[in-house]
Design a protein around this ligand. Structure first.
Ligand code: PRP
Length: 179
């Protein structure tokens, strides 16, 4: 039923699970036993975040942040504002921003800039997906799950019109859904 608008599965739940294991292992190695504050960017990153935090093998604090970008249609204008800030102080802490997708890059450029102003010890980005063809900034993910082509994807946290976030896989919608 929940797959009725889906044309195909692009990345399966099994692939996501295996890749998240690899990313978590790399993050754990890079932290060398130090603590980390992992920040989930609402709402798309929630499922990736929930899986990733359980696989990272060090002491983790976590918090949530919501931002919105003003833009016309699906394109980001580059103007971003905070809807909900973290309440965790991050000065001298290792910070890992967790996102579902890097598209134009405006959201993460903004987030990295404002979080850096709080003087963390380190700041890195983990993103499940990366769409480099759409990039308008020079932001890069430190840990990227999958590089994908310029197709609109839903599932595993990602939405179209707030739907499909609960699909276990990253999927491509049927074109008529947009029509
Ligand atoms: C999406 C995604 C990223 C951002 C990426 O969020 O979760 O935060 O867009 O786009 P960018 O690289 O062009 O800035 P969205 O605003 O759709 O909110 P959501 O996570 O609640 O779905």
């Amino acid at each position: 039923m929940k797959y009725r608008d889906i044309e195909k599965v692009l990345i399966s739940a099994d692939q996501i699970n295996k890749r998240t294991d690899e990313i978590a292992k790399q993050i754990t190695e890079d932290l060398k036993g130090e603590d980390v504050v992992m920040i989930c960017i609402l709402r798309g990153a929630t499922l990736f975040f929930a899986d990733l935090v359980r696989k990272v093998d060090t002491s983790v604090n976590f918090d949530f942040m919501e931002v919105s970008s003003y833009g016309s249609g699906t394109a980001s204008s580059g103007e971003v504002r905070i809807i909900k800030d973290i309440s965790t102080p991050i000065e001298n802490k290792n910070v890992l921003i967790v996102e579902d997708i890097i598209d134009s890059g405006h959201t993460l450029s903004y987030l990295k800039r404002i979080l850096k102003q709080r003087n963390p010890k380190s700041i890195k980005i983990a993103s499940l997906l990366d769409k480099p063809e759409r990039r308008e900034t020079d932001i890069k993910g430190d840990y990227v799950g999958f590089v994908i082509p310029n197709v609109f994807v839903v599932g595993y946290g990602l939405d179209y019109d707030e739907k499909y976030r609960n699909l276990p896989d990253v999927c491509v919608l049927k074109p008529e859904v947009y029509a």
